[in-house]
Design a protein around this ligand. Structure first.
Ligand code: HEM
Length: 88
């Protein structure tokens, strides 16, 4: 029951970069954006530009006013952590 929140390494984040399995990070929080892709007002292709990476700068360049954290509340995977081993 409930969402499992767990830390994610940059290496793991980088593997989630396809339309069927897309994650991105903004300000240290990793989101699974797969199910949001069809609803993104800028279209899935634009959103995919940030997939698999820390998309903070890209996001802020386009629309810093958008409340991503509430829109993606249910898509939160966990914090981006640089001190994790690369395995997994
Ligand atoms: C709109 C790109 C991430 C939510 C847009 C538009 C672009 C864009 C180009 C303008 C569409 C138009 O007006 O025709 C991107 C890129 C992203 C990204 C490159 C990569 C990081 C996100 C995320 C969210 C989001 C993570 C939130 C979950 C929205 C919303 C709008 C929008 C709500 C409409 C904003 C408004 O009209 O004020 N996006 N987006 N986007 N995007 Fe994104």
């Amino acid at each position: 029951v409930g969402v499992r929140i767990r830390p994610v390494s940059p290496a793991e984040l980088s593997t989630h970069n396809t339309l069927n399995d897309a994650w991105l990070a903004i300000r240290g929080r990793v989101y699974n954006i797969t199910h949001y892709l069809p609803y993104h007002p800028g279209g899935p292709e634009e959103l995919m530009r940030g997939a698999g990476m820390d998309a903070t700068q890209l996001f802020d360049k386009v629309h810093p006013w958008v409340n991503y954290d509430s829109l993606l509340a249910k898509c939160l995977v966990g914090p981006l952590r640089f001190d994790l081993p690369d395995a997994e």
